[in-house]
Unconditional design. Sequence first.
Lengths: 136, 409
Amino acid sequence: MKVVTGVIGNDIHVVANRLIDLSLKARGYEVFNLGVNTYLEEFFDAVIETDADILLISSLNGEAEGWGREVKALKAEYKGLDKLIMMIGGNLTVGAGKAEDIIPKYKSYGFDLVCHQIDLNTGLDMLADYIKEKSA
Amino acid sequence: MSSQNDKLLIDVGSTYFKVCVTSDAPERRQLEQHFRNFNQTILDDLMHKCGHTISSFDHDDVFICSSANGGLSTLIIGLTHTFSLKYATNIAFNSGINIIDTILYQDLDSATVPSDLIDVVIIAGGINSKGDAFADDLYQYLHNVNYSNIVYVGNELDAANAKAQLPELVILPNIIDDRLHIIEEDLKAYLTNLYQQDIMGKEDIKDLYQISSNQIFSTPYIVNQTLPLIDASYSVVNPFILLDIGGATTDIHYSKDLVEENMVTNNEFDRLVFKKLGVYKSRESLIFNAKNNEFVYELLMHLGVTENIFEEQSDKATRILMQLAIFLVLCKMSHYREAYTNLKLTAVKSIVLTGGVTKVLKQEEVDDIIGFFFTKILTSKHRPVTIMDTDYSIWTLGSRVQDVNLREQ
């Protein structure tokens, strides 16, 4: 399956981005890595150009909180993204925050899978389970 | 009579033409600039004003470039703004094309069909493993468009169907690689060729072969040749931008180091054109642009004039318009007003000005307007060094480089 990934907003956590890239490839995904400092429109545009199945956005400095609010409205402007699996992970809030508050908030933004402060492999296992569940 | 190493360089612009004699002997060097007489053919006008100089050169020693063909009109249809449309636009500008309209494929059903003849339509979109990017609606739309050339630079899987639908379609390699990077060479070569053919096909330009036996090139191409060598003429510090502000358009050539986006290309320099920013042929649209800029009245106050200056036909009005053109171009390239690409202007070390602007404005007037822009729009104390190419050294150097290249082939 094809995955578009990158770090959203003015966030330069390149090591995390590289680890996600390597881990996805190790699991057999075809990865289109947009790198750090990526804007929301670029993510969706890359999905359209590559025909990706999954969009995996990472955020390490909490910037996703601001960008997340735009996701639903922007995604609605695109045709043909209905089947796209939307996943976000990293540190998804500024300051302290509880996962039980953060996860529903991001799901309301339009993400299918939300991984706040959990390790990468656990997050990718969640993705694999979600894909299996969807295709069953 | 000219000596063996003397060359005559002629640049025919939309408003002016320039005639330059280069020579090893300083006393023989000369530069003339004349306002074009639009009631005469270019050749008649040239011979009327500079006939004596032109007649003293062998046809082999006369080199001509021109941007007076009006430019090619281009319609680009692509899948996304960030990739296919942006990449194709970038390549088109770098190929010397001035007039570019874009349509996002998903918005095709609400797009109007251009009423004028389009010189070239470009279809782009998708990496090679993406198929079915384009459906019948594209071909139905194109059926209603009046175009001279059409080229497909999208994904490989859709190419065969596109060709079947449009037999006149030229298919070139995809401009997007499998890592979403830009591939420029093939489309750039195709468009540069079309531009060249267009210049050579214009009756007015064809006449010029009566005075030169060398190929006539497009001026943007010649200027682009010079950019890597610009420090041979001036102490330009990289990264720099070159503003060519003339009568009809404003061309910007900029170091790739100034681009914020992740568009990876092999070029050191890119080009962008604002087709309606000029002080003669595009005067009205320049004024329209100025009136729509919220800082313009503050700028006019800073320059000590009122908006009545727009109605005046005087040297002073031309100077103010040139200053406005510099300001508007910088605005468009900054984050304040989005062009198709933005530049990190606070990182610019040098701004080189060439074209008609150098004949109208003094160095301090240019510095003043650039200072105003950096203070007001970028709220920065940064001041790039400004360099005025008053004797058209950049164009002269570019023409000579072209001459050397031709001789080496």
